[in-house]
Design a protein around this ligand. Structure first.
Ligand SMILES: NC(=O)C1=CN([C@@H]2O[C@H](COP(=O)(O)OP(=O)(O)OC[C@H]3O[C@@H](n4cnc5c(N)ncnc54)[C@H](O)[C@@H]3O)[C@@H](O)[C@H]2O)C=CC1
Ligand SMILES: N[C@@H](CC=O)C(=O)O
Ligand code: NA
Length: 431
């Protein structure tokens, strides 16, 4: 048994500071759980002069390469693609186990890192990369390894969930709610990765790879953010018994030509108010899984923040450290299925389409005819009063239709003389 394990920490920001704190404060407990002491031997930072609360300045270094070369376990919480990618590969080359929270890197180039870890026989763990503190990587990779996952629906971005929640509860518009999220430290100064769905898309790619035993990169994920949503959309959703959530969706599906594959997408969707995901408020995350034998499962908790994310990182550190003490490595994600990622247009969903039309006889028949021509079946139509007596507002809910059919339908409806505006088109999920 090694007399201690040397831990190198790369990055000392929101997450890294908390990882350093927990490694120091819980040193005795961690040593007991692992079977040998964990010694934090250094922390790679950009700027040595920045004061970091609770962090021993003597541990700081700007030489990340040298730090990595001497470590047993490397914890990467720098973020971004380079230098983390090169440093992780270097750590693996030196025989170190790696723990990372870097979803952007894993979603872009995970297979290179997994292959390197396999070749070197070391662990590469990343629980914090998906839904922060929520144990989801390990349950999907290990606990559900004997089952067949059909579908994963996740609220995996805390910033956008907070923003949508504030729009729903207090009628804030998007900009106001984003500013609030920034003030509370949820959103970055540049919130693009959150509000445009890139962060959720990276997590969707990782989750889909694990759930379906295949390889999905962020480029395979159809992505739409929340920036086109208005306070009116959110209020309408409530009026129809729904809440709007930014969902990461990964599901098995069959393409138009009968090909079995998967679809992975991120977009805002109407979720029925009685669905478990509808109750996920504020900056919380949740992942809802439908598996053949297990049925429905939901994992809920904090998906962001220094301490919650550090909790997931430390859990991984203990796991990989235990493997080093006992010899060998832990379970890895299996990737054998080689399921194709099906084109987005073949995805089938129910939709709510809101229209403003001329309030005159025959309008409904014209709109219904267009839907019928495109093979889109209507589930319900509701007419609501409009401020102008010559205008009617229609809310059409469809049965499941393909994205392609719906897009053609909406284009044709927008071209009708009697249609003043297509106010919104939203998918309905989880019904
Ligand atoms: N903050 C959160 O709530 C969560 C973060 N993550 C992931 O954790 C990672 C870290 O995130 P945060 O701590 O929020 O970021 P941060 O920006 O607060 O901290 C990153 C730290 O790494 C340092 N750094 C960056 N490049 C460096 C370089 N070349 N050399 C030396 N130091 C360098 C920065 O100076 C900074 O101290 C990211 O991959 C992020 O996606 C994952 C889940 C939640
Ligand atoms: N920006 C993310 C946090 C990290 O995963 C979020 O808002 O959820
Ligand atoms: Na997690």
């Amino acid at each position: 048994m090694p007399d201690k394990l040397k831990i190198a920490l790369l990055g000392c920001g929101v997450v890294g500071t908390q990882v350093a704190r927990l490694l120091t404060e819980q040193a005795d407990d961690l040593a007991s759980r692992v079977g040998t002491p964990l010694e934090l031997v250094g922390i790679a930072v950009r700027d040595l002069s920045v004061e970091r609360e609770g962090v021993d300045p003597a541990l700081l270094t700007t030489d990340a390469e040298a730090l990595v070369a001497g470590a047993d376990v490397v914890v990467e919480v720098m973020g971004g693609i380079e230098p983390p990618r090169a440093l992780i590969l270097r750590a693996i080359e030196h025989g170190a186990s790696v723990v990372t929270a870097n979803k952007a890197l894993l979603a872009q180039d995970g297979p290179t890192l997994y292959a390197a870890a396999d070749a070197a026989g070391v662990d590469l763990y990343f629980e914090a990369a998906v839904a922060g503190a929520i144990p989801i990587v390990r349950p999907v990779r290990e606990s559900l390894a004997g089952d067949t996952v059909r579908r994963v629906l996740g609220i995996v971005n805390g910033t956008t969930n907070y923003v949508l929640d504030r729009m729903a509860t207090d009628g804030l518009d998007l900009d106001q709610a984003v500013k609030e999220a920034q003030a509370l430290g949820y959103a970055e100064a540049d919130p693009t990765a959150d509000v445009e769905g890139f962060d959720a898309a990276a997590k969707a790619a990782i989750l889909a790879s694990l759930a379906f035993h295949t390889r999905v990169s962020i480029d395979d994920v159809q992505r739409e953010g929340i920036t086109s949503l208005t306070a009116d959309d959110v209020a309408w959703a409530a009026g129809t018994g729904h809440v709007i959530k930014l969902l990461a969706i990964a599901e098995r599906n069959t393409g138009d030509d009968g090909t079995e594959g998967i679809q992975v997408r991120v977009h805002p969707a109407l979720v029925p108010a009685d669905h478990p995901l509808a109750g996920v408020r504020g900056a919380f995350n949740a992942v809802f899984i439908e598996a053949e034998a297990a049925g429905e499962l939901m994992f809920y908790g904090r998906g962001a923040g220094g301490a919650p994310t550090a909790s997931a990182v430390l859990g991984d550190v203990v796991s990989v450290a235990r493997h080093r003490v006992l010899g060998g490595r832990g379970p890895v994600e299996s990737s054998y299925a080689d399921l194709p990622v099906l084109p987005a247009e073949a995805a089938r969903t129910r939709y709510q389409v809101r229209l403003e039309v001329a309030d005159q006889p025959g309008v409904l028949a014209q709109v219904a005819a267009v839907l019928a021509e495109h093979g889109v079946s209507i589930e319900a139509v509701r007419q609501t009063p409009a401020p102008d007596e010559h205008v009617a507002r229609l809310l059409i809910t469809t049965h499941a239709a393909s994205e392609r059919a719906l897009a053609g339908t909406v284009e044709a409806i927008a071209g009708l003389d009697v249609v003043r505006a297509v106010v919104s088109v939203l998918r309905v999920e989880g019904a």
